[in-house]
Design a protein around this ligand. Structure first.
Ligand code: TXD
Length: 308
């Protein structure tokens, strides 16, 4: 069986981690593309050398020419400017929209059958740009945010309780912004509701820390996180490549679900070989729905700033 071809547009912090994880999991051959000369080529050489120690055989190619991505099965996009301290994700919309449009045209022309995962911020707007410019069907363009945000909620809960993160489940929906919505009712420890372990105050503190977790890292690192975003996107890519049909929170294109039409928004989906195979509509309380609509209002504002 020939290896799948996975192209990574953006060979920066997240791009490099994506490439290494793809190798370790032997998900496919990797093409790294960046505008900075030497970066994809240098990271490729480094990755090629790691194969014998990590015991995997995939090919890595680094290029500044998108031609190297032709006929990709999966394309993961991190190209764009990350946040600096004091910047909101929305501050990136103008610059990253221009970058995303150019990339989307290349993906449309070179890999018309690819499954595309967008990571670049502001995520809900950038994945929207990707779909509009490529013209790909909604099941083949998805945004990575909720898997990372839910992982952060799980990490903070596990730390608070001194338990394995493996037994914590969480569902963080909505836009990838400070008003994202951790649905506490759907967060459990080994199936037991989190409310049986933590007070309302402690849970509220974890919700707040989750919502601000991206900025917490930026303030410390002076740039965005990269290990956990890469791990989240690879979890999604693996679902597609191995037809795992997992239920994950992702930015999916809605056409009436949750009362939303024509936008990307973080919702639970079934992710398999058909891409976004299904959007799952949860039964929500009025309070939960209100929080989600508040988050959606923010998404609409950011998308309104996009000039296609
Ligand atoms: O959960 C999420 N979705 C977020 C996303 C989590 C963390 C980071 N988030 C965003 O991902 C972040 O705000 C940025 O918008 C992207 C990428 O973050 P990263 O930390 O990887 O940024 P880098 O290290 O600056 O890498 C971006 C690379 C860099 O090497 C540029 O030279 C390259 O993108 N770049 C391009 N490559 C190809 N083509 C074009 N046009 C281009 N423009 C820039």
């Amino acid at each position: 069986m020939p290896h799948k071809k996975i192209s990574l547009i953006g060979a920066g912090q997240i791009g490099g981690s994506l490439a290494h994880l793809i190798g370790l999991k032997e998900l496919g051959d990797v093409v790294l593309v960046d505008i900075v000369e030497g970066v994809p080529q240098g990271k490729t050489l480094d990755l090629l050398a790691s194969r014998s120690m990590d015991g995997y055989d995939v090919q890595f190619t680094g290029s500044n020419d998108y031609e190297a991505t032709r006929d990709s099965d999966v394309v993961i996009v991190t190209a764009g400017l990350p946040r600096k301290p004091g910047m909101s994700r929305d501050n990136l919309v103008d610059k990253n929209t221009g970058i995303m449009k150019g990339i989307a045209e290349k993906i449309r022309d070179l890999s018309p059958n690819a499954f595309v995962i967008v990571i670049t911020n502001p995520l809900d707007a950038m994945v929207y740009v990707m779909k509009k410019i490529t013209g790909f069907p909604k099941h083949r363009v998805v945004g990575m945010a909720g898997v990372l945000d839910s992982a952060r909620f799980r990490a903070f809960t596990a730390l608070e309780l001194g338990i394995s993160v493996e037994d914590v489940t969480a569902m963080v929906l909505g836009g990838h912004g400070d008003d994202m919505v951790p649905l506490v009712r759907y967060c459990t420890i080994a199936g037991i509701p989190i409310t049986q372990f933590l007070s309302a105050g402690k849970i509220a503190a974890i919700v707040k820390r989750t919502q601000m977790a991206g900025g917490e890292v930026v303030n410390l690192l002076k740039t965005s996180a990269w290990v956990s975003p890469a791990a989240a996107a690879i979890e999604m890519a693996e679902c597609y490549l191995k037809d795992k049909k997992r239920v994950l929170p992702c930015a999916a294109y809605l056409e009436g679900e949750y009362g939303i039409h024509g936008y990307y928004f973080g919702v639970p989906i079934v992710l398999g070989a058909g891409g976004v195979e299904r959007v799952i509509e949860l039964q929500l309380t009025d309070e939960e729905r209100g929080e989600l609509m508040q988050s959606f209002a923010r998404v609409k504002e950011v998308v309104a700033a996009v000039k296609l």
